[in-house]
Design a protein around this ligand. Structure first.
Ligand SMILES: [Zn+2]
Length: 324
C-alpha cells in the first residue's frame, strides 16, 4: 500500500508539473474598459500637455488612485505638479550663419507646467517596482481631437486595475504607480519623476505600459527589455494565455527584423539610468497617432487578457526579484 500511495503521489506531481492551463487572474474587466473610455472621451480633449483636458484627466486619475486606497508619495497630494523649461536651440545650430550672435536675440526658453500622479502600495521590503503609464496625448490639432484611447488611456486604466488587484495581496516589493505626463513631448514627466526620486538604488525594475489594447490582425503582446537583463526571462516564460500571444523582443539593436523599442516610451528614462525595465506594448497600428485612436477602435477582449498577463508578470517578478 505504501508504494502504491507513493506512485499515486508521484503521478499527481507529474500532472501538476505539466499543467498548461493559464493561471486564473480575477479583475474587474468592466471597470477597466469603462475607465479607458472615460480617459479617451472627447471631454478630455486628447489630454494635451498643460492643456485644460490634461488637468481634467489628472483629477480623474487622482480619484481612481484614492479609490484604490493607494498611499501618497511625498507631499500631501497624489498630483505632483512640475514646471519644465524647454531650452530653445541656438539658432545657428539649426541655420548656420556667418555671424551667429546676430541671430540669438529673439529666441527664448519657454516654461510649461505639467503634473505626475503618484501613489503606492507598501511591500514587505524596501525594494520598489515602479509601474508607469503616460496619460498625456496629442490634444487637439487642427480642430480634431486626438483621443489617444490605445495611446495611452489603455495603460492608465490598467494602472487602476493593477492597483485594485494588489491592494489586498501582500507583495515583497513596494508597488509604486505613476501616471506620468509629457511622454509625447519627450518623456519629460518621467524624467522629472526619476530626477527627484530619492531612493533610485532600491528600484528593482520599471514596468512601463504604453499602447496595450489595440491589435488589428495578430493578438500579440510584447515584453521588451529582456535583452538588457536576461534574468527577467525566467519569471515570464511560463506565463500562459489562451487568448493572446505573449512575446519577447523589440529590444535588440542588432536584430534588423524588428524595430528597436528601447527608446520608444518612458522606460527609456530608466534604461538611461541603468535600471532594469520591461515595456509592455503592441506593434504600431493603423490608428497610431491619428484621431481614429478612439475607444471604439480598441480590441476589448485582447485588452482584458493583456492586463491579466501583465498582472501575472508583476506577481512573478515580485517573487523572483526578491530572491535575487
Ligand atoms: Zn504612448
Amino acid at each position: 500500500m505504501k508504494s502504491m500511495s507513493f506512485i499515486v503521489t508521484f503521478l499527481y506531481l507529474i500532472v501538476l508539473g505539466c499543467n498548461t492551463e493559464p493561471k486564473v487572474i480575477t479583475i474587474n474587466s468592466q471597470k477597466l474598459l469603462e475607465n479607458a473610455q472615460i480617459l479617451s472621451h472627447d471631454s478630455m480633449e486628447g489630454r494635451g500637455f498643460s492643456k485644460p483636458g490634461s488637468v481634467k484627466a489628472q483629477k480623474f486619475i487622482e480619484k481612481k488612485f484614492r479609490e484604490a486606497g493607494l498611499l501618497k508619495y511625498q507631499n500631501e497630494n497624489y498630483i505632483i505638479p512640475f514646471n519644465y523649461t524647454f531650452k530653445s536651440k541656438k539658432r545657428h545650430d539649426v541655420f548656420p550663419v556667418k555671424n551667429p550672435e546676430s541671430n540669438y536675440s529673439n529666441v527664448k526658453d519657454t516654461t510649461a507646467s505639467g503634473a505626475n500622479i503618484i501613489g503606492f502600495l507598501k511591500g514587505q521590503t524596501n525594494k520598489t517596482i515602479v509601474i508607469t503609464a503616460h496619460y498625456d496625448h496629442l490634444g487637439i490639432i487642427n480642430n480634431k481631437i486626438y483621443n489617444g484611447a490605445d495611446d495611452n488611456a489603455s495603460g492608465v486604466s490598467a494602472l487602476f486595475t493593477i492597483a485594485n488587484y494588489f491592494k489586498n495581496k501582500p507583495t515583497k516589493h513596494n508597488l509604486l504607480f505613476a501616471a506620468v505626463d509629457g511622454e509625447e513631448i519627450g518623456s519629460i514627466g518621467t524624467e522629472v519623476f526619476l530626477k527627484n526620486y530619492k531612493d533610485k538604488k532600491n528600484i528593482a525594475i520599471n514596468i512601463n505600459m504604453d499602447m496595450i489594447s489595440h491589435s488589428d490582425y495578430y493578438p500579440e503582446l510584447y515584453a521588451c527589455g529582456i535583452f538588457y537583463n536576461p534574468i527577467l526571462k525566467k519569471p515570464l516564460e511560463d506565463i500562459k494565455s489562451n487568448e493572446i500571444k505573449f512575446l519577447f523582443g523589440h529590444d535588440d539593436p542588432g536584430n534588423l527584423e524588428q524595430t528597436d523599442w528601447t527608446l520608444s516610451s518612458d522606460h527609456k528614462v530608466f534604461y538611461r539610468e541603468k535600471i532594469p525595465f520591461l515595456y509592455f506594448g503592441v506593434e504600431d497600428h493603423k490608428d497610431y497617432h491619428r484621431p481614429t485612436d478612439k475607444y471604439a477602435t480598441i480590441n476589448t477582449t485582447f485588452y482584458i487578457e493583456v492586463v491579466k498577463v501583465i498582472i501575472q508578470s508583476i506577481e512573478n517578478l515580485d517573487i523572483y526579484l526578491a530572491e535575487k
